[in-house]
Ligand binder design. Structure first.
Ligand code: DC
Length: 230
């Protein structure tokens, strides 16, 4: 059977990674959460006190950044490794990462650096990648492109619960404000803004369970694989 590329884009905290993980695991495809890569770069900038508004300093810092992913065989989840260190938890719960990651992702040098690596990972297809510019910039020829959206308050509640489970105490209002701010920066930046690819399929999952969403998308995948098989 032919292998395809599945590109998933959409707003913050829409459950893109959850869906991407489910698809990758059922298809035995590779799963790449590109948001984790932008978060890893952001954490490096914070820890090394890099002035993100100084493009020379950013370009120099990028030379020292190596990101890869490792499968945790116990939990079957993917962990982000920055220069040999497992930073998976840190990039999800550190509020400083959440507050400046959109600014860091607006820097063209950072985007060029990460997009090149992402395109390389897709060389052999059989990949599910989620982010903001996957269907528009990283893989404009992806066989299946999804654009995920959901009501902001529903997204904020989901994210709030997730943070609470991880022991990060905050309020729904704070989470909502952060995700609206990120959506705004991500959709209005000059370089590769978040936007729907013209050939993407929109999915509003506000009133869908994870399983409903997965089954809905798997139908699309089956159709694509059917037409790609040959
Ligand atoms: O998906 P996430 O919330 O972990 O992403 C964190 C930030 O990274 C998000 O605010 C925008 C940025 N991002 C991006 O600009 N391009 C991508 N392909 C993925 C994420």
């Amino acid at each position: 059977m032919k292998k395809i590329i599945i590109a998933i884009d959409g707003y913050s905290s829409c459950g893109k990674s959850t869906l991407a993980k489910q698809l990758a695991s059922s298809l035995s495809y590779r799963f790449i959460d590109t948001g984790a890569m932008y978060r890893a770069v952001t954490l490096y900038m914070i820890n090394n006190q890099i002035d993100i508004y100084n493009s020379d300093a950013v370009a120099d810092a990028l030379k020292n950044i190596h990101i890869n992913f490792k499968l945790n065989t116990e939990t079957q989840s993917q962990e982000t490794i920055l220069n040999g260190e497992n930073i998976e938890n840190e990039i999800r719960i550190n509020p400083r990462v959440a507050s400046i990651v959109s600014d860091v992702s607006a820097i063209s040098e950072v985007r060029r650096f990460l997009v090149k690596q992402q395109q390389f990972m897709g060389n052999e297809k059989a990949i599910v990648m989620d982010g903001r510019d996957i269907g528009t910039v990283v893989f404009p020829d992806a066989e299946l492109k999804l654009f995920i959206t959901a009501d902001p308050m529903i997204r904020a509640k989901r994210r709030f619960e997730e943070l609470n489970e991880k022991g990060q105490h905050t309020t729904i209002e704070e989470v909502l404000a952060n995700l609206q701010k990120r959506d705004h920066i991500d959709s209005t930046r000059a370089d590769s803004p978040l936007k729907q690819a013209t050939d993407s399929i929109v999915l509003d999952n506000s009133n869908m369970s994870r399983d409903e969403q997965f089954n809905w998308v798997m139908e699309l995948v089956r159709k694509k694989l059917g037409s790609a098989a040959e």
